[in-house]
Design a protein around this ligand. Sequence first.
Ligand code: HEC
Length: 172
Amino acid sequence: MKQFALGTHFWIAGAMSLAVLAAGALGIGSVALGQDQSVAAPKDVIFARKILMGSIGDNMDELEGIIESGKIDVQHGASHADLVSVMMLAFPHLFPPTSNEWKPNVDKDPGTDTFAAPEIWTRFADFYQRSSEAAKSAYNASRARNEEEFKKYVTELRADCDGCHALYQKKN
Ligand code: HEC
């Protein structure tokens, strides 16, 4: 189990260095260098939370795929659930007030623009709490001892995703 947890953290470190490399390739790093280093530029933090949520989405697809396959491999599911749990814990820390940039009725680039609703910043305690609940459901799924438990916690996790999006993610 210890071995496994280490593997996961190496994976995350790898993903993060890839993200840093990608940011460098896009020229984001060089722009940031010319700025006050104590405050991340809003577009950098928006990029970070979008790739993090994107990866949470990919891992959730895996979790739901495992259930749909009919033959639930709890051990395989645990690795994806563990990743979702760690990423959900980091997620709410990527919402500084300067990144409240969503505006109605303007054309948006789904790849780079934010769909985070302004209500996040007026009800941040609730937003934070929902992130923690999702992290907890994912953690419970990673510890499931059988198919029943795995299904139960992945279903709870899906409800956490949808509940938060309904309140805090804009559709356009
Ligand atoms: C606590 C609130 C919250 C929870 C829980 C949450 N999300 Fe999100 N999600 C958001 C917000 C806010 C955005 C928009 C971020 C932005 O555009 O800046 C988002 C965006 C996304 C995106 C689009 C990412 C992109 O490329 O822009 C995907 C995919 C996604 N979420 C999947 C999930 C899945 C799957 C779960 C559950 C495992 C989940 N989310 C749980 C708040 C949440």
